[in-house]
Design a protein around this ligand. Structure first.
Ligand code: ASP
Ligand code: MG
Length: 402
């Protein structure tokens, strides 16, 4: 007998019709002799709607009450799905966070699951399907908590671990993980297998298929995941530990984000301590600096320093620079019409020439590289935002992803 955690995202339970459809998927799995724990998100848009309601009461809505409010979205979908299964003559039962309980620690709206009482549900699985809400928990003091937006993925992974499940399947509205966002990049292709590390890079770089912290937890506990579509029968994408994947390709995916901005300080004094004087106040102001490039000065007196930040932090960054009395420079250039394009692939480690091929390909398209950063399995460049599509297509072509 196989024990499965099946997680259904917001769009998968987004309407009554879809909930009936999900019930059908679960029934098939159950009839095949599997033990099923279904983790559900709120119906799509629900959590945002609840957030909007909270803002109408107060922009500074009490965090404990916000968790009570936000957790109701998952309560609704749990009950609807459970009742749909009961209508199909299955034994099904929903539990809320405090009934199980799903114990969390940490602050409201951003708690972490630390333990789950498995005994009642394990007993129930012998004859029925258990429906569990994603995204919510209960603190040691008995308060309802939530674990961060998109948190149902993390709930599913935590349950897979604590219930010692054989598989953890993430049902969503796409067929799996793609080399780029398939809705915007038509040449993007579905990836059959991907390592935890690659998936982490892709998801933190903007691929929205899975919540990065859930992938991180799956990696730590070595819980293989499968991302698949609720609406088609395709196999989806398997995410697991690196050793077991055959890397015939150096690059697995191309991620992009348009939420970066670039700043250049022109004519900065070239002497020890200058970089520290620039970035220390930014750090204090909680500006996250991503890439940094310092040109070599030709006269040993002045140089240019370029760095990238989140676009939302642009104004704050400029303000911090303006009041910084410890640095001298001639002028500041800011550019928020930039995009970050990253190639990700565990195969990059063992394939020489990936960097060169990326740069050459972009040059062939006449795309200027404004900044570069690298890590073991990732290479990112900043380019003008208008070239985003052209760059992603070219990279798909060069690395044979299309
Ligand atoms: N309903 C929650 C959200 O929208 C959790 C989830 O869907 O994973 O963030
Ligand atoms: Mg989600």
């Amino acid at each position: 007998m196989i024990k499965k955690v099946l997680k259904f995202g917001g769009t998968s339970v987004g309407s009554i019709e879809r909930i009936h459809h999900v019930a059908g998927i679960i029934k098939k799995e159950f009839d095949a002799g599997n033990q099923i724990i279904a983790v559900v998100s709120a119906m799509s848009g629900k959590t945002n709607e609840l957030l909007e309601l909270s803002k109408k009461i107060s922009k500074d809505f009490n965090k404990r009450e916000l968790d009570v409010l936000l957790s109701t979205g998952e309560q609704v979908s749990c009950a609807l799905l459970s009742a749909a299964l009961i209508n199909l003559k299955l034994k099904a039962k929903s539990w809320l966070n405090w009934q199980i309980p799903i114990l969390t620690e940490g602050e409201h709206t951003n708690a972490r699951i630390i333990n789950v009482n498995v005994s009642q549900i394990d007993e129930f699985l012998k004859f029925g399907v258990a429906i569990v809400p994603g995204f919510q928990g209960v603190s040691k003091s008995g308060d309802i908590t939530t674990i961060g937006r998109g948190g149902s993925d993390a709930t599913a992974v935590a349950l897979a671990k604590l219930f010692n499940a054989d598989t953890c399947e993430i049902y969503t509205d796409v067929d799996g993980v793609y080399s780029s966002d398939p809705n915007k990049i038509p040449v993007a292709k579905k990836i059959d297998k991907i390592s935890f590390d690659e998936m982490l890079e892709l998801s933190s770089l903007g691929a929205k298929v899975m919540q990065p912290s859930a992938v991180q937890t799956a990696k730590i506990y070595d819980i293989p995941l499968q991302v698949r579509s609720t609406f088609t029968n395709r196999i989806g994408t398997k995410i697991f530990e690196q050793d077991s994947i055959d890397y015939s390709k150096s690059v697995t995916g191309v991620a992009y984000s348009k939420d970066d901005a670039k700043i250049t300080l022109v004519g900065v004094e070239d002497k020890p301590g200058v970089a520290a004087n620039i970035f220390e106040p930014l750090n204090k102001a909680q500006v996250n600096v991503d890439m940094v490039i310092q040109n070599i000065s030709s006269n040993m007196k002045k140089t240019d320093i370029t760095f990238t930040i989140k676009r939302d932090d642009l104004k704050k960054t400029i303000d911090v620079l303006k009041v910084n009395k410890n640095i001298k420079y001639d002028s500041v250039i800011q550019n928020d019409l930039v995009a970050k394009i990253s190639i990700v692939g565990a195969g990059m480690v063992s394939t020489p020439g990936v960097t060169y091929r990326m740069f050459k390909g972009l040059a062939e398209e006449n795309i200027n590289i404004l900044a570069i950063s690298t890590s073991e399995i990732k290479l990112s460049v900043i380019i003008d935002e208008e070239n985003t599509l052209k760059a992603i297509k070219k990279l798909h072509n060069i690395f044979e992803l299309d």
